[in-house]
Design a protein around this ligand. Structure first.
Ligand code: PGA
Length: 264
């Protein structure tokens, strides 16, 4: 059995709890579950209690994720959320290292290393986002940047935790309204590099870590990424924020996946 296919969206600072519930209910009712395929949604913290509660009782098995997490078990960290708090909300997945956390909130790789150690200890799956800025791309240090991020973020993580890791390659210049989508030709070599770095860190278990792409994905371009042999799914932003958009992008992503499978 190869690596699973993983697809979902991060809502960033959007959605009230009631909006998240409406979205989740409709998505859960309409999404087609497939073997070896996993969907996830990452709403704001404030939506997690309500969404987790309805997720407990439905069969869609969509993972619920948190957008961030602090590394300390508890303490004087105003505005932060701990692993213990997220555990109490039945969160399946924690997104760490999103470009907006790194860029706008000055999250460093050593910070992320502490967060990853804490998250794995708490038993979470971690969706770790990495990617170079436009400047780093300009100076042709994308490979160095991504491999430095992975090596620091994952420093000291035992190979046993690799089964709980998912990596998303999200070039910063491709994200958001001002972003330019990466081309599949940009993405495939970095995905291969990510796999090599993970194998260097974790041995054979590193090759089983799913690698996703994210950054201006939409129904029109999704298949061009998921057809790539080293891409195992997507981390979608804006295109996934309506149920229609989520499903259209998901179906396109699956079509790319199926085409890759038919090519062997
Ligand atoms: P976008 O966001 O799809 O809206 O570019 C992607 C992301 O931030 O992960």
């Amino acid at each position: 059995m190869g690596r699973p296919f993983i697809f979902g969206t991060n809502f960033k600072m959007n959605q009230t709890p009631a909006e998240s519930v409406t979205f989740y209910r409709e998505l859960a009712a309409r999404v087609t579950t497939r073997p070896h395929t996993q969907c996830y949604v990452i709403p704001p913290y404030t939506s997690l209690p309500a969404v987790s509660e309805i997720a407990r009782d439905d069969d869609s098995q969509i993972w619920i994720g948190a957008q961030n997490m602090h590394w300390a078990p508890e303490g004087a960290y105003t505005g932060e959320i701990s692993a213990r708090i997220l555990k109490a909300l039945d969160v399946d997945l924690v997104l760490l290292g999103h470009a907006e956390r790194r860029g706008l909130f000055y999250e460093t790789d050593p910070d992320l290393n502490r967060k990853l150690l804490t998250a794995f200890d708490a038993g979470f799956r971690v969706l770790l986002a990495v990617g170079e800025t436009a400047d780093e791309r300009h100076y042709r240090v994308s490979a160095e940047t991504v491999s430095r991020q992975l090596k620091i973020d994952l420093h000291g993580i035992p190979a046993a935790h690799a089964s709980h890791l998912i990596v998303a390659y999200e070039p910063v210049w491709s994200i958001g309204a001002g972003g330019t989508p990466a081309s599949p030709g940009d993405v495939e070599p970095v995905a291969m590099l990510i796999r090599d770095v993970l194998a260097g860190l974790f041995g054979p278990a590193g090759r089983d870590v799913p690698v996703l792409y994210g950054g201006s994905v939409n129904p029109e371009n999704a298949a061009a990424f998921t057809v790539l042999p080293d891409i195992d799914g997507l981390l979608v932003g804006r295109a996934g924020w309506t149920v229609e958009g989520f499903l259209a992008t998901y179906e396109a992503a699956l079509a790319g996946r199926d085409l890759a499978a038919s090519r062997g």
